[in-house]
Design a binder for this molecule. Structure first.
Ligand code: NDP
Length: 292
């Protein structure tokens, strides 16, 4: 039937995807390398496929969520005879190049390819808080948009399959920067026995205020106008960074997460831009040659 959906991979995320589709009343076939993760789905009305190829052959829409692209390539290359006419939606984390290579290969087999990046943790799947980035064949995305919206809000980024992973990795990079800053800050406060929970009550409003500044920094980047407008120039900020590093060292806290920020600032200041705002560091970060 045209409405069946196959879900390949029932790890933490794949299982949440399959459950959301079943919860919305869709007909779902599941497959997982280790069969014990598939068995509980039989009781919820899902079809259980004995192989990845069987699962791919069972539905026009095939959603794949595995650990990495090596696993995705393994699974798809074993199902060449089943691929023709299918739409493959691959929600596995990978690089833009991974996505472009597999898109070309899938299309050569006569199937459509959509790559996706899930901006949610498993418990958020199926709620409006989850959003998923997609890129690849626009017609296939339009055909299945309603189904994909069961999983979370959708954002289609364009026909280049590499765009969803690019945005995904960029968003994750900002998240890791935030987590890194949080860990360093908490350790610094903790070096004088301040409890993480109590410190976090102060930290969250501070970070919220700082995220409010990001659109203005983005405007400076987009207009190539980096001059410190609001009185926070880099030469002044470099003093604070130096004090953060000195205090980390004195308190026995690892300064490894903040030291690269000092290097970026020193470089920009040495180039004669000590009067820039933090936005000026964009020029340093964005200027590496490709494949460095
Ligand atoms: P899990 O570790 O829970 O599950 C991994 C899945 O991949 C399992 O189904 C596993 O099968 C399967 N697998 C691994 N290697 C192979 C292989 N060689 N052949 C076939 N199957 C294989 O990971 P998640 O479900 O959490 O993550 C899956 C994807 O979702 C990842 O790309 C991740 O980045 C992405 N994602 C996850 C999020 C999360 O918070 N969990 C958030 C956003 C994205 P088996 O059971 O047999 O080991």
């Amino acid at each position: 039937s045209g409405h069946w959906i196959s879900v390949l991979g029932l790890g933490a995320m794949g299982a949440a995807l399959a459950e959301a589709l079943l919860g919305a009343g869709r007909e779902v076939t599941v497959w997982n390398r280790s069969a014990e993760k598939a068995a509980p789905f039989a009781g919820r009305g899902a079809g259980i496929a004995g192989s990845a190829a069987e699962a791919i052959g069972a539905a026009p829409l095939v959603i794949i969520c595995l650990l990495d692209y090596a696993a995705v390539r393994d699974v798809l290359s074993g199902a060449v005879d089943q691929l023709v006419g299918r739409t493959i939606v691959n929600l596995t984390n990978g690089t833009p190049q991974d996505a472009r290579d597999i898109a070309t290969w899938v299309e050569d087999q006569g199937a459509s390819y959509i790559d996706g990046g899930i901006m949610a943790v498993p418990p958020m799947i199926g709620s409006p808080d989850a959003f998923i980035l997609y890129s690849g064949t626009a017609e296939a995305f339009d055909d299945y948009r309603q189904t994909l919206e069961i999983l979370g809000a959708t954002q289609f980024l364009g026909p280049d399959a590499g765009l969803a992973p690019l945005y995904d990795l960029a968003l994750l990079s900002a998240m890791y920067g935030l987590f890194g800053g949080f860990l360093h800050a908490t350790a610094l406060a903790g070096s004088e026995k301040v409890e993480a929970g109590r410190f976090t009550e102060m930290l969250v409003p501070w970070l919220n205020a700082m995220t409010g500044v990001l659109p203005e920094i983005a405007r400076q980047i987009d207009t190539h106008n980096y001059a410190a407008a609001d009185g926070s120039n880099l030469a002044m900020q470099a003093v604070a960074i130096e004090n953060i590093i000195a205090t980390s060292n004195a308190q026995g806290v690892d300064s490894g997460l903040i030291v690269p920020m000092r290097a970026l600032m020193a470089h920009r200041i040495a180039c004669g831009f000590g009067g820039n705002d933090i936005a000026g560091l964009y020029r340093v970060v964005a200027s590496r040659k490709r494949d460095d």
